[in-house]
Ligand binder design. Structure first.
Ligand code: ADP
Ligand code: MG
Length: 242
């Protein structure tokens, strides 16, 4: 597998009122074409910061980010980050509109992604009228509408109840399996990392370094109650310091 994105020696220090907080220390890794990469770490370890740097949403204090030519990104947020003044359809089509794509094309893609995410009938609804799970469905549809090569997901299901999160995880996995898409997702849940990831990069406590990158050997569909699942859980748990 070739690398779509490579980060080298990323360090991030925040400075506020003369105080310095180093959040990321010398992080290097690559994202391979087509993989589902999980980044697992304790709360406050710098996961969101790392993901934002990888996605180019912020520049690191030092280090390099190299993307393969023609690589495009979308981002899915924990807090959904929908535009409250726009309908579901307009949220999904927002990026396409920014790209000044023709109206008929926007309509077609929006309809496809709305159908894919099970949002039919809600096209004209506003975010405030939707449940958390439905909001994140819009977030995913909005990301997919851009047909990006990589989607970055920052704890996308952690604001949802566990039933909704389970359903959305399954839906995301199906989409990833059906499409030629690369996913990089941050989580603080070991189970979620094992259930979804091909590789699991475990971060240390702040300042985050990569403790280890695990290759997930469990074939899909993954049974969360299988012995192999528990074995990997234990192995990761020994490395992670949550
Ligand atoms: P995580 O996503 O793993 O919970 P974050 O990347 O959000 O961690 O944050 C890591 C640390 O960096 C936290 O202590 C947070 O307060 C701090 N931090 C994040 N963004 C900023 C910022 N823009 N300015 C100052 N400190 C920040
Ligand atoms: Mg975070």
């Amino acid at each position: 597998m070739s690398a779509l994105l490579k980060i080298s020696n990323i360090t991030q220090t925040f400075s506020e009122n003369g105080r310095h907080l180093t959040v990321l220390h010398d992080i290097s890794m690559e994202v391979k074409q087509g993989e589902f990469l999980m980044i697992l770490g304790p709360s406050g370890s710098g996961k969101s910061t790392l993901l934002r740097i990888m996605a180019g949403l912020m520049a690191p204090t030092s280090g390099k980010i190299i993307t393969a030519p023609d690589t495009t990104h979308s981002f899915i947020f924990q807090s959904f980050a929908l535009f409250p003044w726009l309908s579901v359809a307009d949220n999904v089509g927002f990026g396409l509109k920014m790209q000044q794509r023709p109206e008929h094309e926007i309509k077609k893609i929006v309809a496809e992604e709305i159908a894919r995410m099970g949002l039919e009938g809600f096209e004209k609804s506003f975010p405030r009228e939707l449940s958390g799970g439905m909001k994140q469905r819009v977030g995913i549809a909005r990301a997919l509408a851009m047909k990006p090569s990589i989607i970055f997901l920052d704890e996308p299901f952690s604001a949802l109840d566990s039933f909704t999160a389970t359903k959305l995880r399954a839906d995301l996995l199906k989409i990833w399996q059906e499409q030629n898409i690369t996913l990089v997702m941050v989580t603080h849940l070991i189970d979620e990392a094992i259930q979804l990831g091909d590789r699991i990069a475990v971060l240390s406590n702040r300042p985050a370094r990569i403790e280890h990158i695990f290759h997930n050997p469990i074939s899909r569909p993954r049974d969360t109650r299988a012995e192999k699942f528990f074995e990997l859980y234990d192995t990761i748990n020994k490395v992670i310091k949550i």
